[in-house]
Design a binder for this molecule. Structure first.
Ligand code: IPM
Ligand code: MG
Length: 353
């Protein structure tokens, strides 16, 4: 098949892991006879430096002509002055909103090869296989705000409407139907009005999915349950900010934030694929970033946007094989294990492919 992929490397370790991912996709194309065209665009801090805008119109145009977007990471200390008029993160948020990518899928699995070195006891990590479905284009991230520069007060607003909750709940229930048929909805309905609407709506949508068992957790309790009984969760649906926080917490279950991929989708096949980790400025340019989250994101791109399931699984198996062979980047190397570089790990994945 022919596909055009918009490639937005961004900041920090973004370019390092994205470069490896496009190489991997090019290999997939050769092996399975596809024609992938990669078109690069600027986003984030680099885009601010070069154009003054974290999401230049040219980048949006590149993405509009593409079948899917592959993104590295945005942000870094260079642009983190809180009084600056524009932050690199705005570029990513605008991109998600522009394309209406309301459903952010973040799968979290424990890798048997990494369990021994995990910060949680190995027996707790048995059978961890969670799919987070995070609402991505509304909630407090996009509610009315008042910026006060360096003044003494400012505010953000958490708001949801029924349609927004319905559409993300539908994605979550359908995902649960294709998995172990359990959905946990996370809210703060005991305190926040917007979260009472969230809970009521999820309960109503549930009527169409009677084969799925629905559980509700308040977000504070959810943070605890995630660490005390991670194996009991199947799909977890949450609003924009709670989903952001819980998915970082859940990365501990996978061994490292560097392991987690994500897909941001709307109702058609178009999507944005990015690792959950950020720009990691402390290790940028050192060639030591873990490319797994990025590679798994590329696999999700093949699966969801291009419907190439065989190719997606081939990438996932090659990563498993590289881990099983003992290769570890620094973030997942245990005491006494030697760490390999981003390039060495990527080369091993390509060999296994
Ligand atoms: C994420 C990130 C982003 C978010 C930032 C970089 C804007 O933390 O994708 O989880 O908060 O959504
Ligand atoms: Mg986050």
């Amino acid at each position: 098949m022919k596909a055009t992929i918009a490639v937005l490397p961004g900041d920090g370790i973004g370019p390092e892991v994205v470069g490896q991912a496009t190489d991997l996709l090019a290999l997939i194309a050769r092996k399975y006879n596809h024609e992938f065209t990669f078109v690069e665009g600027l986003i984030g801090g680099l885009a601010i430096d070069q154009t003054g805008d974290p999401l230049p119109a040219e980048t949006v145009a590149v993405c509009e002509r593409a079948d899917a977007i592959l993104l590295g990471a945005v942000g870094g200390p260079k642009w983190s002055d809180p009084t600056a008029s524009v932050q690199p993160e705005r570029g990513l948020l605008e991109l998600r909103q522009h394309f209406g990518l309301f459903a952010n899928l973040r799968p979290v699995k424990t890798y048997p090869a990494l369990v021994e070195h995990a910060p949680l006891r190995a027996e707790l990590l048995q059978d961890v296989d969670i799919l987070f479905v995070r609402e991505l284009v509304s909630g407090i991230y996009f509610g009315a705000r008042q910026e006060q520069g360096d003044g003494d007060e400012s505010h953000d607003t958490m708001r949801y409407n029924r349609a927004e909750v319905e559409q993300v709940a539908n994605v979550a229930f359908r995902a649960a139907q294709g998995r172990r048929k359990r959905l946990c909805s996370v809210d703060k309905a005991n305190v926040l009005a917007s979260m009472r609407l969230w809970r009521r709506t999820v309960v109503e949508v549930h009527e169409e999915y009677e084969d799925v068992a629905l559980e509700h957790l308040l977000v504070d309790a959810a943070t605890m349950h995630l660490l005390t009984r991670p194996g009991s969760f199947d799909v977890i649906v949450a609003g924009n900010m709670f989903g952001d926080i819980l998915s970082d917490e859940a990365s501990v279950l996978a061994g490292s934030l560097g392991m987690l991929p994500s897909a941001s989708l709307r109702a058609d096949r178009f999507g944005l694929y990015e690792p959950v980790h950020g720009s990691a400025p402390d290790i940028a340019g050192k060639g030591m970033a873990n490319p797994i989250g990025m590679f798994l994101s590329a696999a999700m791109l093949l699966r969801y946007s291009l419907q190439l399931e065989t190719e997606a699984s081939a990438i996932e198996s090659a990563i498993d094989a590289a881990l099983a062979a003992g290769l570890r980047t620094a973030d997942i190397a245990g005491a006494g294990e030697e760490a390999v570089s981003t390039a060495e790990f990527a080369a091993a994945v390509k060999r296994h492919l």
